[in-house]
Design a protein around this ligand. Structure first.
Ligand code: NAP
Length: 324
């Protein structure tokens, strides 16, 4: 028996149930791991509420973690008991131990802690593909990053600045503004108090942005489109405030022949080669000091409901972990 947090019916944070579960021996191509740190993500909220559908009920929540290999199944040759590993994988993450396909794991370099690994595989890899693949951020680009003090936000602001971009962030409070400024933002907009479109126009002297990274969704749409220069890219990668409503394609024309995409991590690290390319680049960025991993909150795994409440009520900044 091991401990896990399961969802038996979708709903509020109270549906997260800390309980005993059986973990079997690893089958062919699988690995059993003991988890030392689990990452908290907004996508965990979407699965818990039912916005994103889990394949079946009950399910174990959670999508990223780090730990050590306990046992390997038949055919697994590249991992061994004692290896330090981390992963991003759909569900099953909120647990003390689990079984997972070996091809979803990456080895943690010596200089990356379990805590860092547990928040880098989903949040860090997402920031990697958003800034390097969805749009290739380069010196001189002006980028707008919504929810700049969040888990994704603080990493994205740091990395965009390191790539030479001019970074504008939006945040929900003055304290978050200070944090975003300390993590790579050149300008911060308090989007609950200020009109962020007007502020982007002022800050950019009317030139607007090359790309907008929008994980907030409903409340920042369609304003995000108005922040883009002609042929700019709208990257809608999340729904923290609710999904972006359906809109006519002609809106992209009206705002200046814009491009728009709704990307997800699975499609950027779908092959082993892509996963390793992303993880290698990410770990190197942390090890060489380009990227600081802001782990600002830690909860016991059994307190996952409290962690979800804090995340949903905008009380967290940076990354948070659960400790099994
Ligand atoms: N597509 C992908 O591949 C992918 C992968 C990972 C994450 N994501 C998305 O990236 C976004 C950020 O994820 P995260 O885990 O790092 O979360 P997070 O940014 O740490 O937390 C969400 C933040 O969104 C802001 N927000 C604005 N309106 C909100 C509302 N009505 N309710 C709650 N929060 C609101 C809050 O910041 P302020 O108080 O500053 O407004 C809040 O702190 C999420 O939308 C997530 O789904 C997408």
């Amino acid at each position: 028996m091991t401990k896990a947090v399961r969802v038996h019916k979708v709903g509020g944070p109270e549906v997260l149930t800390y309980e005993d579960v059986e973990v079997g021996a690893p089958g062919a191509g699988e690995v059993r791991i003991r988890q030392h740190a689990v990452g908290l993500n907004f996508i965990d909220v979407y699965f818990r509420t039912g916005l994103y559908k889990a394949p079946a009920l009950p399910f174990i929540a959670g999508n990223e973690a780090a730990g050590e290999v306990l046992a390997v199944g038949p055919g697994v040759t590249n991992f061994h008991p004692g290896d330090r590993v981390a992963y991003y994988y759909n569900l099953g993450g909120y647990a003390s131990e689990r079984v997972i396909p070996a091809d979803k794991l990456v080895k943690l370099p010596d200089h990356i802690t379990y805590e860092q690994g547990a928040v880098l595989m989903l949040k860090g890899l997402t920031v990697w593909y958003l800034l390097h693949k969805t749009f290739k951020v380069e010196h001189g680009h002006r980028v707008l990053i919504h929810a700049a003090a969040g888990g994704i936000g603080l990493l994205a602001c740091q990395w965009a600045r390191a790539l030479g971009a001019h970074v504008i962030g939006t945040v929900g409070s003055k304290a978050k503004a200070d944090l975003a400024l300390a993590n790579g933002c050149d300008h911060v907009i308090l989007y609950n108090e200020e009109n962020f479109v007007e502020r982007v126009k002022q800050i950019s002297r009317g030139e607007l942005c090359d790309v907008v990274y929008d994980g907030v969704g409903k409340t920042t749409f369609p304003g995000s489109l108005s922040c883009l220069k002609p042929r700019g890219l709208f990257v809608s990668f999340g729904n923290a405030s609710g999904p972006v409503p359906p809109f006519p394609l002609a809106e992209l024309n009206n705002h200046g022949s814009l491009f728009a995409t709704r990307p997800k991590l699975n499609d950027y690290v779908g092959t082993r080669k892509e996963l390793l390319e992303g993880a290698d680049t990410l770990f190197a960025a942390v090890i060489n000091g380009k990227l600081h991993v802001p782990i600002n909150h830690a909860y016991a795994l059994k307190d996952a409901a409290k962690a979800h409440s804090d995340l949903e009520s905008r009380a967290t900044t940076g990354a948070a972990i659960l400790r099994p």
